[in-house]
Design a protein around this ligand. Structure first.
Ligand SMILES: Cc1cc2nc3c(=O)[nH]c(=O)nc-3n(C[C@H](O)[C@H](O)[C@H](O)COP(=O)(O)OP(=O)(O)OC[C@H]3O[C@@H](n4cnc5c(N)ncnc54)[C@H](O)[C@@H]3O)c2cc1C
Length: 560
């Protein structure tokens, strides 16, 4: 989206650098929909959407951002339609919409149809549409190029250094403006919906370059991952009427969220599922999963509106959702935090909104903060198209009006040294083993429920992993397609992401949104209605804060 909009400016040339072939980006896996108050199925308003986003985010969202977003996402969805995106349709030909968690009519009265969808392949359609449009607009693509460093000069970003997987060469991209849109970091956990490539690379590179990470402690677990695998079953299933049941067949969400039940926000449902399991009402021989029940829904609706997830369930678990209940468990899904930006996508370096010249961020890697402490389903795809467009327009305008910043002659040194030290490592530790230890321990100590004890334990685990990182290495000496080398690099990035999350989670002594501390069960607005900013500080971590932009909606207890 950023590339496409930047390319509309005749005074700039635009390149996309992607470590994957672009259409393999995780956005292509997004299923359920993109939320916008079009009102095609029932009455809806941008103000209702803004309110739901702020309340869903447990009042940590910046309210100016949420209000702007709810208005602009409507236009952005129509733009996608005009670019040719094949949305599912209502009988009278409008963009079809369905219910999704936390999206309500009239400030919380009942669930509303707000998610615009293309069956359960919405992200796939968005990605394909935007890729085609960018090709049409002559955007240059550098595919399978791994960005390993940002080039900072005099406090400004003047480009990036990237590794070409096909040749093993380093390339310097000297740029007037750079947009970071590198997605999430779900691979820090064992059970995740996120693709293998989601290793938080730029959240780590920015952090190493002195830029703080905002609110990394807020990490969302999606309630409906396939049991043990974490493969996602979209919330759109519950939007179409699916129900969560415990081992007794009880619709337990009636007890936790009496008004909107199975369509409560994800943080609440994931916690409710864990509590059911903890109290012995989990299903299966180990009593450790919950059921998603679609059996009462018409088979043709399931096949037509949820074809992919039906297939996933049949293939991966051998369970046919039309006839049987599907075993599910919460799965690590979405980083609410990220590289801090202004409402206009400029990256900032502190709590006083000091702008880093030439640097923009959008999408899951960024934190504006639209999602606060918990993102509502369908608000990420909306985030991509609203903030992607803003970043593209702003970066192009900045580039058109400025000269190239001076390029340091040693700009490749950091990247080159990083690769050389991995290549010459002793190989007494294996990348896959360390990664698994990191993921297992993060899952056990820093996921849905947290305590000081668990988090301090995880600080110890991280220190141990950090001390062993220099002992990895790379067996493959080759230059071409050395994916082993890149996995070692990504492990270092993952480590930084885990460190940011754990220290911020230990520091925040309250429960808010997706951050649930069993030793501090209440939300504490007096002390903690503020964003965390986590800086790398020598070998350690420093935490600072940024005020939340409040507005019309006063923080209230969250009930649904
Ligand atoms: C299974 C699943 C289903 C989802 N369903 C929905 C949904 O229905 N609705 C919704 O709103 N949200 C949904 N989400 C969330 C949403 O899809 C993501 O948050 C969003 O797509 C992220 O988009 P992005 O553009 O920020 O990053 P991505 O789409 O992940 O793209 C990141 C890009 O950055 C590149 N990159 C990363 N690191 C580097 C590097 N070091 N060098 C070069 N390139 C790099 C990658 O190659 C890739 O091209 C879902 C997420 C998942 C995992």
């Amino acid at each position: 989206m950023a590339a496409r909009y930047a390319a509309q400016n005749p005074n700039v040339s635009v390149a996309v650098i992607s470590k994957l072939y672009p259409t393999r980006s995780h956005t292509g896996a997004a299923q359920g929909g993109v939320g916008a108050a079009l009102g095609n199925v029932s009455e809806d308003h941008a103000s209702w959407h803004a309110f739901d986003t702020i309340k869903g985010g447990d009042y940590l969202a910046d309210q100016d951002v949420a209000e702007m977003f709810a208005v602009e996402v409507i236009e952005a969805v129509y733009e996608l339609e005009h670019m040719g995106l094949p949305f599912s349709r209502t009988p009278d030909g409008k963009i079809a919409q369905r219910k999704f968690g936390g999206h309500t009519r009239d400030f919380g009265k009942s669930a509303v149809e707000r998610a615009c969808y293309a069956a359960d392949r919405t992200g796939h359609m968005i990605l394909q549409t935007l890729y085609q449009q960018s090709i049409k607009d002559d955007v240059a693509f550098f595919n399978e190029f791994y960005v390993l460093d940002m080039i900072m000069e005099g406090g400004a970003c003047v480009g990036v250094v990237a590794y070409d997987l096909a040749t093993g060469e380093l390339h310097t991209f000297h740029a007037k403006a750079t947009v970071i849109a590198t997605g999430g970091n779900g691979r820090i956990f064992r059970v995740t919906s996120n693709a293998h490539a989601l290793t938080g690379d730029l959240m780590s590179i920015a952090y190493r370059r002195g830029i703080p990470i905002e609110d990394p402690e807020f990490y969302q677990f999606h309630p409906t991952g396939l049991y043990k695998l974490g493969v996602l079953l979209t919330e759109g299933a519950r939007g179409e009427g699916a129900i969560l049941r415990n081992a007794d067949g009880e619709r337990f969400m009636e007890r936790y969220a009496p008004t909107i039940k199975d369509l409560a926000p994800r943080d609440m449902i994931s916690r409710a599922m864990y509590l059911e399991i903890r109290e012995g009402r989990g299903a299966g021989p180990d009593k450790d999963y919950i059921y998603l029940d679609l059996t009462h829904i018409d088979a043709h609706i399931i096949e037509e509106r949820l074809p992919d997830i039906t297939e996933f369930s049949r293939i991966y678990l051998g369970v046919d959702p039309v006839k049987e209940m599907v075993p599910i468990q919460p799965t690590a899904h979405y980083a609410m935090g990220g590289i801090p930006t202004t409402i206009d996508t400029n990256v900032i370096s502190d709590g006083r909104n000091t702008i880093v010249p030439g640097l923009y961020a959008a999408g899951e890697v960024a934190c504006a903060s639209l999602h606060g402490a918990n993102r509502l389903g369908t608000n990420s795809l909306g985030d991509l198209i609203v903030f992607g467009r803003k970043a593209g327009v702003a970066a192009a305008a900045y580039a058109a009006g400025s000269d190239f910043g001076p390029l340091p002659t040693d700009n490749q040194d950091v990247a080159r040294e990083m690769l050389a030290s991995i290549r010459s490592g002793p190989r007494t530790e294996r990348v896959a083993h360390l990664r698994r230890e990191l993921q297992d321990s993060m899952q056990d100590n820093a996921s849905v429920f947290r305590t000081r004890e668990l988090l301090e334990k995880q600080v110890g685990v991280l220190a141990d992993i950090k001390s062993r990182l220099p002992h990895i290495g790379c067996e493959d000496p080759g230059e071409q397609y050395n994916t082993e080398l890149m996995e070692a690099v990504e492990l270092g990035f993952l480590y930084d992401n885990a460190e940011q999350l754990v220290f911020a989670a230990l520091n925040r002594t309250e429960s808010r949104g997706a951050h649930s501390r069993e030793d501090y069960r209440e939300r504490d607005d007096d002390e903690w209605l503020k964003h965390s900013l986590v800086y790398k500080d020598g070998d350690g971590v420093r935490i600072d804060y940024k005020p939340v932009t409040l507005g019309y909606y006063e923080p209230k207890p969250r009930t649904y």
